[in-house]
Design a protein around this ligand. Structure first.
Ligand SMILES: Nc1ncnc2c1ncn2[C@@H]1O[C@H](COP(=O)(O)OP(=O)(O)OP(=O)(O)O)[C@@H](O)[C@H]1O
Length: 286
């Protein structure tokens, strides 16, 4: 599934970012993602209705990294699925680059908790799969894949198969698979939650390194408050279901950030306390 959805041809992307006429200045001033008073009601097969989101509004700027935290079952994954077009708002509108979402958008990439790799393909073939799917010559795609494999520190593992890799290495493959397509928007749903603490910290550093300077926007869903603060420009706190926006925190910690150090910054500790107080209220409600 991810391959069909993660590819943004470089030519298209650079035309958005490099054009300098008045029209494109307007375009780039638009938020990458907008939720405008969105509500979403699920109707189950037995007719039971579940209101997941209620009157939810938010904006994500181009190039911004935002994190979404909230109690379990509040609607965080639902929010991502509305951006992808897999779900449609019952009320209100979701816009990507100023346009209502009405299809799977090839400018959007995903990294989820579960690995989205082809077990029968080598690392090189897995990383090259997106560009090949989009019509790039196999040889060219494999050459590009090699560059990305190098960038994520797997230089000696290109010919290995996923089952021969550790969880952290498979995550590196997932990042290479996604970034090779230069997504303008990257959606991440608990991508590192299955990793041990040390590997997780390394992957967070890796993600920031790969993202910095791309001009892409990231929406990162996590249960881990510290992960949210360490990575994001802003943290969005959701209420218990039906989710709406409870509060937004600006994270003014300087970049580049080093995960193992940023957690000791007094500002980080203060933010953790404040956001945790907000979350605790909601966890008690849910
Ligand atoms: N397809 C569906 N049909 C019915 N209800 C659904 C469906 N998908 C999600 N829900 C319900 O919508 C609510 C929000 O789900 P969602 O997966 O977005 O929560 P979440 O905040 O991502 O949860 P978690 O933190 O546990 O991953 C939950 O109560 C869930 O049971």
């Amino acid at each position: 599934m991810s391959y069909a959805q993660t590819i943004a041809p470089g030519a298209q992307q650079s035309s958005v970012f490099q054009s300098i006429d008045a029209e494109s200045i307007n375009v780039s001033a638009q938020p990458a993602i907008e939720f405008d008073k969105v509500s979403l009601r699920f109707i189950s097969a037995d007719g039971t209705a579940t209101l997941a989101l209620r009157n939810f509004s938010m904006q994500v700027a181009r190039g911004e990294f935002i994190a979404i935290v909230g109690p379990t079952g509040s609607g965080k994954s639902t929010t991502l699925n509305l951006i992808t077009g897999l779900l449609k708002a019952t009320v209100g509108q979701v816009r990507v680059m100023g346009q209502p979402v009405d299809r799977i958008d090839p400018r959007i990439g995903f990294v989820f908790q579960a690995d989205a790799v082809f077990p029968w393909k080598s690392v090189r073939e897995n990383v090259a799969a997106g560009p090949v799917f989009r019509g790039m010559q196999r040889e060219q795609a494999l050459k590009l894949a090699d560059e990305w494999i190098l960038r994520v520190g797997l230089a000696n593992f290109g010919n290995h198969y996923p089952h021969q890799l550790s969880g952290g290495m498979r995550k590196r493959v997932a990042l290479a698979q996604t970034f090779i397509n230069q997504p303008e928007i990257l959606l991440m749903d608990e991508p590192f939650s299955a990793l041990d603490m040390q590997t997780r910290t390394l992957m967070q550093d890796e993600l920031l390194r790969l993202w910095s300077g791309t001009g892409g926007s990231v929406v990162f869903v996590t249960h881990d408050l510290e992960e949210a603060i360490a990575l994001a420009d802003r943290v969005f706190v959701l209420t218990a279901r039906p989710a709406t926006l409870k509060r937004v925190y600006d994270i003014d910690l300087p970049r580049p950030r080093i995960m193992s150090e940023v957690r000791y910054d007094p500002q980080f500790i203060d933010l953790s306390k404040r956001i945790w107080d907000d979350l605790r209220e909601e966890v008690n409600i849910s």
